[in-house]
Design a protein around this ligand. Structure first.
Ligand code: ADP
Length: 639
């Protein structure tokens, strides 16, 4: 007996103030299960505030509120969310539909927000839509529905979870008389099945259709017609007929589906965001690939040299090219030697290489490459290739000095074609350019060098020339011992031998700057991607504020709401990252092919690209997600 007489909802001296304004003052009220109550009063009298407190969308400033004799004051936010979703169904003046979603999806929004499985959703959807006469509209987008249909859909959404109480705020407020009557008829029908209905209205005619009318004025109850007819459906038939079980797996599925739906309804926006992440992560992948390929190329060279190269020079330099050549001839007699070439680097600053006669143009740019004396055999043992003139021209002194130019050096000097009439000026004199070095082979410095022959420049003081010995595979170590003895048995200490272990001064000839530049630019792009994606998503949160508040009102947890936006961000980010990895890899392959490198793309670069996309996508969604969790569901009633 006691259960029957105990009120379902009980307010005791409840007040609610907003800063200065007292919206509710000392309201005491009991509502029993199975009542149909209308709350009426002029605008600003506190009706909506009362409804918000009853529906657990807001808390009283003072006083107590009990549901089923249980005080709600001590409940935490997550428990309130749960209790609200189980106990109340909301119908607002505006239907607040997610226009892009179908009627069925909108009707199930509360179930989806609560992580209730597809099976249960389907089982509940059919009968609920049927009851409200919307079965034929199941798969229409909500935005295609008429005002009356939308409000009936809102009722479907409110009742689908079979709550004990329907809270309706001006449910007919935006409808014409005919549709208003239809909605009222449905509310009455619901009441007849045992649901408690509490309806706010300012229209006395609508209020008259209720069994009990509570009148409000200035935040107080000024009239109460008292409990009228109580729906006589037995208590055990009221409320839940289907067990509604929240499951994190369904919650996750719904989050992913919602994130996907948000993206696919605005494909252009999603595409642009993904492009931003693509550029950023693609750039990072490319920079890793480029620097790796460059590093592999250097180590290949050093590996190769360690196997078959020895360099030697004389302490204090050489007094003449003849002396250098004498050492070279002796070195050539040793077993295991394949070839010996000569190089000497001259100070380019003294020689001032230029294509025009020095001083003929004011402010001529200074040459930044190298100036190198060498012979044909050196080019040969390094595997360098030349065009036009015979490299042997470098070895003779009969015709006067001649020069070969590396590709980069030719480009810098503005020399398009070697041959008669083409000269570079060195030490103030013109030197005919007889050929180009089209491929620097193993000595990458040749690319940006002006190479002149040993015959071209008489040695005035001593010259720090080096002879480079190409050996049979694996011979450098033994030749390093044998060379000083063969060249100058009397004074072996005079000859300085370098094997690859000492080759650190070997200029790498490789520009890691490119990789660094790409990395910097792509990091900046990533930051821009995060900012623009974050801004777009934040604007999306603002634009969807009523949808978000609705989800909260219907039982979505703050954490799930945040997760929804984080999944949206991670989805775009990952898509961008995947595309970026592919684009970055392609860029490395193309660049390496153009440079004639062997591309080296470590396996983890793709993972990096995708990971960077994912992480920056999530990062961009953090602020919007936080903003979304701040959404106040009570706003829905106040709008
Ligand atoms: P009704 O629904 O009867 O029109 P409300 O409950 O919306 O009345 O408002 C009652 C009073 O409380 C009004 O003076 C209103 O301005 C004030 N009020 C309601 N909600 C807020 C709020 N969030 N912030 C400040 N004042 C509010």
């Amino acid at each position: 007996m006691r259960e029957e007489s105990a009120p379902l909802l009980r307010l005791d001296k409840v007040s609610r103030t907003f800063r200065e304004t007292s919206a509710l003052a000392d309201v005491s009220l009991e509502i029993r299960s199975g009542e149909f109550v209308a709350i009426i009063g002029p605008s600003g009298s506190g009706k909506s505030t009362l409804l918000n407190i009853l529906g657990l969308l807001d808390r009283p400033t003072s006083g107590s509120y009990e549901i089923h004799e249980q005080s709600v004051a001590t409940l935490r936010d997550i428990q309130l969310t749960e209790l609200r979703a189980r106990t109340f169904g909301f119908v607002f003046q505006e239907s607040h539909m997610v226009g892009r979603d179908t009627a069925a999806r909108n009707a199930a929004l509360g179930l989806r927000a609560r992580g209730i499985g597809q099976e249960t959703q389907k089982a509940l959807l059919g009968p609920a839509l049927e009851r409200l006469g919307l079965s034929h509209r199941l798969s229409s987008p909500a935005s295609n529905l008429s005002g009356g249909e939308r409000q009936r859909l809102a009722i479907t959404r409110a009742v689908i979870g079979e709550p004990a109480v329907i809270l309706a705020d001006e449910p007919t407020g935006s409808l014409d008389t005919k549709n208003g009557k239809i909605v009222l008829r449905h509310l009455r029908a619901l009441h007849a099945t045992g649901t408690t209905v509490i309806m706010v209205t300012h229209d006395p005619e609508i209020a008259a259709s209720a069994d009990r009318v509570i009148t409000m004025q200035d935040g107080r109850i000024t009239g109460d017609s008292g409990s009228g007819a109580i729906s006589d459906v037995p208590a055990e038939d009221r409320g839940h007929r289907v067990a509604l079980v929240r499951h994190w797996r369904h919650e996750l599925t719904e989050l992913a589906a919602d994130a996907l739906s948000a993206l696919t309804t605005k494909p252009a926006k999603a595409f642009l965001l993904a492009i931003a992440f693509l550029l950023g992560s693609g750039g990072l992948v490319a920079s890793i690939g480029l620097s790796e390929s460059a590093a592999v190329r250097v180590s290949d060279r050093i590996d190769a040299a360690s196997n078959d190269e020895v360099r030697g020079t004389r302490e204090g330099g050489y007094a003449s090219w003849g002396e250098v050549k004498a050492d070279v001839s002796k070195a050539k007699t040793l077993p295991g030697v394949r070839g010996v070439g000569i190089i000497a680097d001259l100070p380019a600053a003294d020689a001032r290489p230029s294509a025009l006669r020095p001083g003929s143009l004011p402010g001529q740019a200074t040459f930044t490459g190298s100036l190198r004396v060498s012979d044909s055999e050196y080019l040969h043992i390094q595997g360098a290739q030349t065009s036009s003139g015979d490299p042997k021209l470098l070895d003779s002194s009969f015709g006067g000095p001649v020069a070969f130019l590396g590709r980069a050096a030719a480009a810098e000097l503005g020399v398009a074609k070697p041959g008669p009439g083409t000269v570079v000026w060195l030490y103030g004199s013109p030197v005919p350019v007889v050929g180009l070095i089209t491929n620097p082979g193993r000595d990458l410095v040749l690319d940006d060098a002006v190479v002149v022959g040993t015959g071209s420049y008489p040695v005035r003081t001593r010259v720090a020339a080096t002879f480079v010995v190409r050996t049979e595979q694996g011979m450098p170590a033994s030749l390093a011992d044998a060379l000083p003895k063969a060249i100058n048995p009397a004074k072996t200490g005079d000859i300085k031998i370098q094997t690859v272990a000492d080759l650190r001064e070997l200029k790498q000839g490789i520009n890691k700057d490119l990789a660094r530049l790409v990395a910097i630019v792509s990091s900046i792009l990533l930051v821009i991607a995060c900012l623009s994606a974050g801004t777009t998503m934040y604007l999306g949160v603002l634009a969807r504020s009523s949808e978000i508040a609705l989800r909260r009102a219907l039982g979505m947890r703050r954490s799930s709401l945040a997760a929804m936006f984080l999944s949206e961000g991670s989805l775009v980010g990952t898509l961008g990252g995947v595309a970026g990895s592919a684009a970055g890899t392609a860029a490395v392959l193309i660049y390496s092919a153009a440079e004639g490198w062997a591309p080296s793309i470590p396996w983890y670069t793709a993972a990096w690209g995708i990971g960077v996309g994912l992480i920056s996508g999530i990062a961009s969604a953090v602020y919007p997600a936080l903003a979304a969790t701040k959404a106040d569901p009570a706003q829905l009633i106040r709008t």
